[in-house]
Design a protein. Structure first.
Length: 235
């Protein structure tokens, strides 16, 4: 009798985002040092930039928890004025500013107003993006000059040792136990990025649950060979 295939529930798991859960390596240690240095920053704002999944959002949440900052979506400036969004806050985390500027979803004058309000209050602003702010698409000269003057810190692509540690953490976040052989197999074949690691671990979790199979090298081999995962495998 053929085993019945189990349909995985679309459950959202909550990854650990505390300072103690962030894995420090040469590719990110300078950014970590700047976050730990708060509030002793030389200027009112700091920008973290790097490829998708390199840890910008994680460090942003670490800083938000430590500073008591509020988080503002840059696109929200289209609908609400900066004073209303900022309220009485003195620290602000803004992610996705680069993409919002490029797509025209972030009104530049309102963004400049928000920046100036934080500065006037003696507050702090942390923003993130894929590239350094000096390279962002910005037409307003005053805003461009402020973005270009920001203290900017790059997070690099992870090396094999960090990818291995990240995979172990991602599986642990989902309460999954895997063997070292599985981790080694993945590291040798996947794209060297945190985003790829997250997608792969999620796909492996779903496949193991659906098929009621343990997470083994044959199973992860099937996941890596699937069309949806080919973009995560080194060619």
């Amino acid at each position: 009798m053929k085993a019945q295939r189990q349909l995985p529930l679309d459950l959202v798991y909550r990854p650990a985002l505390g300072r103690e859960d962030f894995l420090v390596a040469p590719s990110n240690q300078l950014a970590v040092a700047w976050i730990d240095r708060w509030p002793d920053w030389p200027g009112p704002a700091l920008a973290l930039y790097g490829p998708a999944g390199c840890g910008k959002s994680h460090l942003g949440q670490v800083w938000r928890a430590a500073s008591g900052a509020i988080e503002i979506d840059a696109a929200a400036l289209t609908d609400q004025p900066p004073p209303k969004l900022l309220g009485s806050a003195h620290a602000v985390l803004m992610e996705g500013v680069e993409d919002a500027l490029a797509s025209g979803q972030a009104p530049e004058r309102e963004l400049l107003h928000l920046y100036n309000m934080v500065v006037e209050r003696g507050g702090r602003l942390l923003i993130t993006g894929r590239r350094a702010p000096a390279r962002w698409d910005c037409r307003l000269a005053d805003l461009g000059s402020r973005l270009g003057a920001l203290q900017s810190v790059a997070l690099g692509a992870p090396d094999d040792a960090l990818i291995e540690a990240v995979l172990v953490k991602l599986f642990a976040d989902r309460q999954l136990t895997v063997t070292p052989e599985v981790i080694t197999y993945l590291v040798r074949r996947m794209e060297r990025s945190f985003e790829a690691a997250r997608r792969l671990v999620a796909a492996i979790d779903r496949a193991a649950l659906a098929a009621r199979r343990p997470i083994t090298v044959p199973l992860v081999s099937e996941i890596l060979a699937a069309p949806a995962s080919r973009g995560d495998v080194q060619q």
